[in-house]
Design a protein around this ligand. Structure first.
Ligand SMILES: [Zn+2]
Ligand SMILES: [Zn+2]
Ligand SMILES: [Zn+2]
Length: 130
């Protein structure tokens, strides 16, 4: 059994809203399904595709810098230097939100829909919607 090596991409497609429900769409390209209303939306962004192909990634095994050369994410690569296989995963968008109780800035992964958050500093619970 070999463990899969992964690297997170640093390039994300633009954040887009669902044309049907106005909620946030998953940060992907191609055929996307809105996780809130299940509408199917086709999203293309050539600039992001070009940046994906030109993106440089450090091999997680030997740290050699490679050009990805693939216009999609996830992309599966083989390092030319150490022959290890690894995947370049889509970038996870993160947002900063300040707590309404103590104004501390919290960083979190941005996922579509409503989430209940408890501030680790002052235990205030509040809801965020993306
Ligand atoms: Zn929707
Ligand atoms: Zn390598
Ligand atoms: Zn707080």
């Amino acid at each position: 059994m070999s463990e899969e090596l992964t690297v997170e991409s640093r390039v994300a497609p633009p954040a887009l809203s669902c044309p049907k429900c106005g909620g946030l769409l998953p940060n992907e390209l191609g055929e996307i399904q809105c996780s809130l209303c299940s509408a199917r939306v086709r999203v293309e962004h050539e600039v992001t595709r070009k940046k994906w192909a030109a993106e440089k990634i450090g091999c997680p095994n030997c740290a050699k810098v490679l050009v990805v050369g693939v216009k999609k994410r996830p992309a599966h690569l083989k390092c030319a230097s150490c022959d290890s296989h690894f995947s370049v995963l889509p970038k996870v968008a993160r947002v900063e939100i300040s707590c309404p109780g103590c104004e501390r800035v919290l960083r979190m992964k941005r996922r579509p829909g409503e989430r209940e958050i408890e501030c680790p500093a002052c235990s205030t619970s509040f809801k965020v919607t993306f």
